[in-house]
Ligand binder design. Structure first.
Ligand code: SAH
Ligand code: SF4
Ligand code: F3S
Length: 458
């Protein structure tokens, strides 16, 4: 078993055939996996987290870096062996790798029964039924851009929090990125559909919504709508306390959205706004559509208009042609903007992307590693300093559950999305608790609860 397996497994139909579901990649995959769980449950399937009792193994996969695909291929290799002993075991690949590789996956892995792309997963139950009954092999990787989101809203890992897809696909062509190939063209879901789903989730106890889209701040632009308008509508939704949205693109950040964020108290104090690099030459080759100074300006306006707002980063080091000077420009950007969290990656060339075959992966691996290590050390120091400054302050924390690393403690997040651990009763999960920070490191904030928890999920 590996950490991509959902453990404990979702609640299915007792007595039904058992599915082991593995989920890799980003939040979109996590939500797609919930939709898959809902569809399978409606069709009578049950779930397990144990290989040996599974009737079917399904993987919701990610293609973003070579390593992401590597893990899935090694598991498919192991399943080939398992299938020799248990020919009835059904094996399916869903998600981004399915869209990217399609038929080729079936050719490479004779034990694989079906491949369903990122816009085809709504058919998963029918396909799995078919495969189990007839032992046919199925490939579907060309679903309509308008994915029908038949959602069983009660199927979600946590009562108080939920993801909500507001847009699928991506129309940018960042030269390193496979997502436009795997997720297809950008389609925003209509306002009414989004609000209806939000209402249903809130009625079912959700107090924190995370709106998902690859360029979520461009939501609705083709239909004359804007994310700011959606935030204002959600602000009026009684019972909903927090609204997050990921991921925003710097090129799509505009003043009306920043103003709306400032007005909407539920929108919180955190914005994931990946700069990717601090070098204009690299940003140009990445086709990101902004300069480092434009990024600085957006960060400045955000911080001026939304007191206390924190920014989150994604950064790629070792992009083709990245010189020492380019890298130093990225170091400066991190030093100046002082992100509250940052995901740092080494560039991984991906087949089918605009950079593939056109830009040589010419930064040696050891240089990439050294640059990554330097950024990590810098980011640690920045976080450590910020965390230290928070000691003694109080925060309203939405409790997510028992800490995995220390089962005697709970963890949750404040409005700025900082993770905070503290001692308390596991029954407080899904409630809001006031916590005073007492200790900090670069990675954690630890505190003690002040007063009794306020019930959140109803
Ligand atoms: N839509 C989001 C991010 C999608 S992918 C956005 O535009 O910001 C998540 C992150 O993975 C990216 O922000 C990028 O930093 C990283 N990433 C994407 N492709 C990569 C590649 N080929 N090599 C290394 N990191 C990559
Ligand atoms: Fe990829 Fe760029 Fe689209 Fe983000 S905006 S998903 S990085 S192509
Ligand atoms: Fe990976 Fe696909 Fe998400 S490639 S990062 S799972 S959109």
């Amino acid at each position: 078993m590996n950490d991509a397996v959902l453990s404990p497994p979702p609640v299915g139909q007792p007595g039904g055939p058992k599915v082991l579901l593995e989920v890799f990649g980003c939040q979109m995959n996590k939500l797609d996996a919930e939709l898959v769980v809902g569809a399978l449950k409606r069709s009578g399937y049950d779930f397990t987290d144990r290989d040996e009792e599974a009737d079917a193994v399904l993987m919701v996969t990610c293609s973003i870096r070579d390593q992401s695909e590597h893990r899935v291929h090694s598991h498919l290799g192991a399943l080939e062996v398992a299938k020799r002993q248990r020919p009835d075991l059904a094996v399916g690949v869903l998600g981004c790798m399915a869209s990217r590789e399609g038929e080729a996956l079936l050719r490479r892995w004779p034990g694989l029964d079906f491949v369903l792309g990122t816009r085809d997963f709504p058919t998963v139950a029918r396909v799995l039924d078919e495969v189990r009954a007839d032992r046919t092999r199925v490939v579907a990787v060309d679903g309509s851009p308008q994915v029908s989101e038949e959602r069983s809203i009660e199927v979600r890992p946590q009562r108080s929090r939920a993801f909500l897809t507001v847009m699928r696909g991506c129309d940018k062509r960042c030269t390193y990125c496979v997502v436009p190939n795997t997720r297809g063209v950008e389609v925003s879901r209509p306002m009414e559909e989004v609000l209806d789903e939000a209402h249903r989730l809130v009625d079912d106890g959700v107090v924190e919504l995370t709106l998902l889209g690859q360029t979520v701040n461009a939501w609705g632009r083709r239909e004359g709508r804007s994310l700011g308008e959606l935030l204002e509508r959600l602000e009026e939704l009684d019972g909903l306390r927090r609204v997050r949205f990921i991921t925003s693109h710097p090129e799509e950040m505009d003043d009306p959205l920043i103003d709306a964020m400032g007005r909407c108290r539920k929108a919180g104090l955190f914005l994931h706004l990946p700069p990717q690099s601090g070098s204009d030459a690299v940003l140009r080759r990445m086709a990101r559509g902004y300069t480092a100074d434009r990024y600085r300006e957006i960060a400045r306006v955000l911080k001026a208009r939304i007191p206390g707002v924190q920014l989150g980063a994604d950064v790629i080091v070792g992009f083709p042609g990245e010189t020492d000077e380019d890298f130093e420009a990225t170091v400066r950007l991190l030093e100046e903007v002082r992100f509250s969290q940052a995901f740092l990656f080494r560039y991984s060339p991906r087949p089918g992307t605009p950079a593939w075959g056109r830009m040589e992966d010419d930064v040696p691996e050891d240089v990439k590693r050294a640059r990554l290590a330097r950024l990590m050390a810098l980011q640690h120091a920045i976080q450590e300093e910020r965390h230290r400054s928070l000691v003694g302050t109080r925060h309203e924390v939405l409790v997510e559950g028992v800490s995995r690393r220390d089962s005697s403690r709970l963890f949750g997040r404040n409005l700025a999305f900082d993770r905070i651990v503290f001692e308390g009763d596991p029954a407080w999960t899904d409630s809001f608790v006031e916590v005073e920070i007492e200790e900090s490191t670069s990675l954690t904030l630890a505190g003690r609860p002040v007063g009794a928890p306020a019930a959140a999920a109803r």
